[in-house]
Write a protein that binds this ligand. Structure first.
Ligand SMILES: *Cc1c(COP(=O)(O)O)cnc(C)c1O
Length: 230
């Protein structure tokens, strides 16, 4: 077995335990393996370990890896900061874009999705914690954003995404996740398609599961520490 098999199984076990604590079924949860900065050889090994959904942060890296691995049955998610001029690399290959928060991005994604003959599923990134440095829309602007998105025929918003603040304080993290969930629970009454919650990374995914996450974005706990010197 490849070196990632055990890590992945350990993550799945922890997800299952967290599910059991709050009476959820593990089938409600999708684990996205965040492979940013790792070479395609690493993704191939992870694939051998049974992983099929990979998340990438950088547009060209996503383009190159997906091209290289085009014969693999892989679903790619884009989770990084969006630059408008790089969307042309993202839209053709991404099953889900997690990090949309601006109208210009909707416009561009819609045009590209039409060109590539697809309906692009996206999540709205929400700045729940209110930190200046965090990207994402303020919660009070989400409703208006969803209304405006209805103009774009090749886009489907299927949920919300957030990142917890960088802290060890579990209470703060939990509050961010439960606030995102409350926002979703409020929106879903009017927009039944807004059902996913992408929240939880290596350090906090068990809390995220307890608070209702449907999509986890996990890098380090599967692949080990990233080196940024490549
Ligand atoms: C890198 C990254 C992750 C994965 O982080 P880990 O702590 O390695 O699990 C998840 N989400 C986003 C948006 C990221 O940039």
């Amino acid at each position: 077995m490849t070196r990632f098999y055990e890590n992945y199984q350990r993550v799945l076990e922890n997800v299952e335990k967290a599910c059991n604590r709050v009476n959820r079924d593990i089938s409600e949860i999708t684990v996205v393996a965040v492979s940013k900065t790792f070479p395609v050889e690493v993704i191939k090994e992870a694939y051998e370990a049974g992983i099929r959904i990979f998340g990438e942060n950088y547009a060209q890296e996503l383009r190159d890896k997906s091209k290289f691995l085009k014969d693999y049955d892989i679903s790619w998610h884009f989770i990084g900061r969006i630059q408008l001029n790089k969307l042309k690399y993202i839209v053709p290959v991404s099953d889900l874009i997690h990090s949309v928060s601006r109208l210009e991005e909707l416009e561009k994604i819609d045009l590209l999705a039409e060109k590539f003959n697809k309906i692009q599923e996206i999540l709205i990134q929400v700045n729940i914690s209110g930190e200046e440095t965090k990207s994402g829309l303020k919660p009070e602007l989400i409703r208006d954003f969803i209304y405006k998105s209805k103009d774009f025929k090749n886009i489907r918003i299927v949920g919300l995404m957030t990142m917890a603040p960088f802290t060890d304080d579990e209470k703060i993290i939990r509050k961010v996740f439960s606030d995102l969930r409350k926002l979703r629970d409020d929106l879903i009454k009017d927009f039944p398609e807004i059902r996913h919650l992408s929240m939880g990374m290596s350090n906090d995914y068990q809390i995220a599961v307890e608070e209702g996450a449907t999509i986890l974005r996990i890098g380090t706990a599967i692949f080990g520490e990233r080196k940024y010197d490549n």
